[in-house]
Design a protein around this ligand. Structure first.
Ligand code: GTP
Ligand code: MG
Length: 194
């Protein structure tokens, strides 16, 4: 099996509390409620990250370790309307600091909801990652909610809306049904081993 050992390491806000940067790191970003924590659970095949039907569940930077060799990071989401300006600024500062200081960050997985066109905030996130030169891929979540014809169109709509080239890696996944998870995990493991 590819997933041999998984461990929750810690939650942190400030760099001094991040675990030592001894392994390559994969971070998951995306709107609140898009399914970041659920994706961690689907990849790890157990309920290790906290999931909630109401947005804004994950508030800290959560570090997990896979097979004693790759960190996975579950980040708080953006774009939750009911959040105060002060909360939004706190989020921005926390993520910005993480992106700017985390030297072992290898890849960002940017999640978008497969049922909707990527939002303005998704476009801003993608542009932010590009401006920082952080490698990223896109994962569309909740594919189990789509019918066949919608499934066929999703990746194209996402690439067009985010302004990505035709061959840019976009994965269509369902954490609920496990669809697309194997392919995603292979890609990630391949990516970090290069
Ligand atoms: P925040 O921590 O608030 O930023 O949210 P998150 O992105 O971590 O989302 P989370 O994983 O907590 O999931 C939000 C809701 O979406 C929960 O009710 C999940 O059960 C649901 N959900 C996540 N992934 C899927 C999926 O693949 N299919 C379906 N049908 N529901 C999903
Ligand atoms: Mg979460």
């Amino acid at each position: 099996a590819v997933i041999k050992k998984v461990k929750f390491i810690k939650s942190a806000v400030n760099p001094k509390d991040y675990p030592p940067p001894h392994f390559p790191e994969i971070a998951i970003v995306g709107r609140s409620n898009v399914g970041k924590s659920s994706l961690i659970n689907a990849i790890f095949k157990r309920n290790i990250a906290k999931v909630s039907s109401s947005p804004g569940k994950t508030r800290l930077i959560n570090f997990f370790l896979l097979n004693d060799k790759i960190y996975f990071v579950d980040l708080p989401g953006y774009g939750y309307a009911a959040v105060s300006k002060a909360e939004r600024n706190k989020w921005k500062k926390m993520i910005e600091t993480y992106f700017h200081t985390r030297e072992n960050l290898s890849l960002v997985i940017m999640l978008v909801d497969s049922r909707h066109q990527p939002t303005k905030l998704d476009i801003m996130m993608k542009e932010w990652l590009e401006s920082l030169g952080i490698p990223y891929i896109v994962v569309a979540t909740k594919a189990d909610k789509l019918n066949q014809s919608e499934k066929a169109k999703t990746k194209k709509i996402i690439r067009e809306t985010l302004g990505l080239p035709k061959d840019f890696p976009v994965f269509l996944t369902s954490s609920k049904e496990g669809t697309g998870i194997k392919e995603l995990v292979s890609y990630i493991l391949d990516f970090v081993s290069k």
